[in-house]
Design a binder for this molecule. Structure first.
Ligand SMILES: *[C@@H]1O[C@H](CO)[C@@H](O)[C@H](O)[C@H]1NC(C)=O
Ligand SMILES: *[C@@H]1O[C@H](CO)[C@@H](O)[C@H](O)[C@H]1NC(C)=O
Ligand SMILES: *[C@@H]1O[C@H](CO)[C@@H](O)[C@H](O)[C@H]1NC(C)=O
Ligand SMILES: *[C@@H]1O[C@H](CO)[C@@H](O)[C@H](O)[C@H]1NC(C)=O
Ligand SMILES: *[C@@H]1O[C@H](CO)[C@@H](O)[C@H](O)[C@H]1NC(C)=O
Ligand SMILES: *[C@@H]1O[C@H](CO)[C@@H](O)[C@H](O)[C@H]1NC(C)=O
Ligand SMILES: *[C@@H]1O[C@H](CO)[C@@H](O)[C@H](O)[C@H]1NC(C)=O
Ligand SMILES: *[C@@H]1O[C@H](CO)[C@@H](O)[C@H](O)[C@H]1NC(C)=O
Ligand SMILES: *[C@@H]1O[C@H](CO)[C@@H](O)[C@H](O)[C@H]1NC(C)=O
Length: 428
């Protein structure tokens, strides 16, 4: 009887020790958004660097609320999944709906009525199957009233139910359902339906960029700052908001990696750090430049100028004369992927795959591997208090179990069988 208990207790300890490394093991996705264009075809993508490719974007019809495919969309979509699968059959494809330039009033009206939602949902599933997409991404940027947020919750529940039903009644595997969301849980003081998201979406793509830009601020800045000691406009704040305040599981969050930056014109070339005084955009009308364009520009106009890295914001910048460009280079990308791993997020997405320059950033991101010792290091720094407490708890549990074994073993040795009965009953 007693040896059996010892075996059971040892098994529990073994399990709790086994559980520790598996807590650190997460499924890890590397998502690339791709916008069909004639300059950069789908087959130009380096498929070794991504697990998922999302085709962006399709619009919604303002009266039928069905997906609205232009002739160009139809042409691109008809070859999209085939082209992906031909290159790498294990890469998953999704279709994204809406986007930055999506029409707010169409979306708001679509979600507001159950018959509009049904029309939208049925059409989205039909289009996904017709063109061979394995999932759908809802990119309404952004619902912003309490009514919108409520309705979005209804949409997600009905959409999930329809997807479940369709998978049961067909021989297809279930469609993936995701959304693109703001960096925090709130838009105009209204909160996303986080619990509905938790229950009905596979994951969300967090828009972690565009916190500042030359047309809206005359101070140079990190438009995709990971941290900012003086403002809430930073990714770490947003991720904490989603997980700690909103209560969304970290493994439903996918971090955004902008493969672009912004160029400012400095007021004074000598004052050229972060938060330096500027007088509007440089190089382009909005200052927006893809990583590829930034590399091209910096090679031409300052091949010897060092690209600075600021670890307090996690951003790179390059400055020459009155031109100041803030962007994510290899260092910033690595640090952000590392952050996503330490925070146990599901992965990262890049916007947009064709903005990369010879796959330098995509490769740097894909090369960051989960490094247990460095993750432990971060626990020690107390950056991830929740995980720290998990480790402390499991250590304490193991200690208590050891104590129980010791007592049982002691009782057994002393043949105090009556008293040991208590433990037998307690443990079984
Ligand atoms: C195909 O994609 C999978 C999943 O992303 C990846 O593990 C694999 O390395 C890719 N293979 C090639 C040849 O690119
Ligand atoms: C929207 O759908 C309606 C009805 O199907 C159609 O008549 C109209 O042309 C569509 N509008 C656009 C912009 O595609
Ligand atoms: C959005 O769609 C509505 C309905 O079709 C239209 O009246 C409005 O002009 C559109 N707005 C924009 C910014 O395109
Ligand atoms: C919501 O967003 C739309 C489109 O950007 C805007 O026109 C509207 O004023 C916003 N409403 C609120 C309450 O912020
Ligand atoms: C699903 O597959 C089974 C066996 O492969 C087949 O008998 C059935 O007709 C299929 N159902 C549909 C809806 O295609
Ligand atoms: C970020 O800003 C640029 C330039 O204004 C714009 O083209 C892009 O759509 C924005 N991205 C998002 C996700 O809002
Ligand atoms: C930035 O400075 C320029 C020149 O002084 C001015 O024209 C512009 O309106 C300013 N922009 C902002 C966002 O303050
Ligand atoms: C680099 O910039 C120059 C000048 O703007 C342009 O002519 C050239 O096409 C660019 N090259 C690439 C690869 O973007
Ligand atoms: C900086 O920019 C100026 C033009 O604005 C150019 O003449 C110069 O070569 C660039 N490079 C360096 C290292 O100053």
């Amino acid at each position: 009887m007693v040896p059996k208990i010892i075996i059971i207790v040892c098994f529990y300890i073994f399990l709790s020790i086994q559980l520790r490394p598996s807590i650190a093991q997460i499924t890890w996705i590397r998502v690339g958004y791709y916008r069909p264009s004639n300059e950069f075809s789908i087959s130009d993508i380096n498929f070794g660097l991504f697990t998922h490719i999302i085709c962006a974007y399709v619009a919604v019809n303002s009266t039928s609320y069905q997906l609205s495919l232009s002739p160009a969309d139809q042409e691109h979509f008809s070859t999209f999944t085939h082209a992906v699968k031909q290159k790498n059959s294990s890469v998953t494809t999704l279709l994204s709906i809406g986007g930055e330039n999506g029409n707010y009033s169409i979306f708001s009206s679509m979600v507001s009525d159950s018959s509009h939602r049904k029309s939208f949902i049925d059409s989205s599933i039909k289009v996904a199957r017709l063109y061979g997409f394995q999932g759908l991404d809802f990119a309404w940027q952004y619902p912003n009233t309490s009514i919108d947020m409520n309705n979005v919750g209804d949409l997600f529940q009905e959409w999930r139910a329809a997807i479940d039903l369709e998978a049961e009644s067909s021989n297809y595997s279930q469609l993936i359902l995701t959304a693109k969301v703001r960096y925090t849980t709130r838009v105009s003081f209204q909160s996303y339906p986080v619990q509905v998201i938790q229950q009905n979406l596979d994951w969300v793509h967090v828009v972690s960029s565009n916190y500042t830009q030359p047309l809206s601020s005359n101070l140079t800045g990190a438009h995709a700052a990971l941290y900012d000691p003086s403002s809430y406009l930073n990714t770490d704040y947003g991720i904490s908001d989603w997980t700690n305040i909103g209560g969304l599981s970290a493994n439903k969050l996918v971090l955004g990696m902008p493969f672009y930056g912004f160029a400012w014109t400095l007021e004074n070339p000598m004052n050229n750090g972060i938060a330096a005084v500027a007088k509007g955009p440089a190089i382009t009308g909005t200052g927006f430049l893809t990583y590829k364009e930034i590399k091209n520009y910096t090679k031409r106009y300052g091949p010897d100028v060092h690209v600075a890295y600021d670890s307090s914001f996690v951003v790179n910048y390059w400055t020459n004369g009155t031109t100041w460009i803030g962007f994510d280079d290899v260092e910033a990308v690595r640090e952000k992927v590392h952050y996503a791993q330490v925070k146990k997020l599901l992965g990262y997405y890049v916007w947009e795959v064709s903005y990369d320059d010879n796959w330098v950033l995509s490769q740097a991101a894909a090369d960051v591997h989960i490094n247990n010792s460095s993750v432990q290091e971060d626990y020690k720094k107390g950056q991830n208090k929740r995980s720290l407490s998990v480790i402390l708890l499991s250590t304490a549990a193991a200690g208590i179990l050891l104590l129980v074994i010791f007592v049982i073993f002691f009782c057994w040795r002393r043949k105090l069988k009556l008293k040991c009965k208590f433990f037998t009953i307690y443990m079984s």
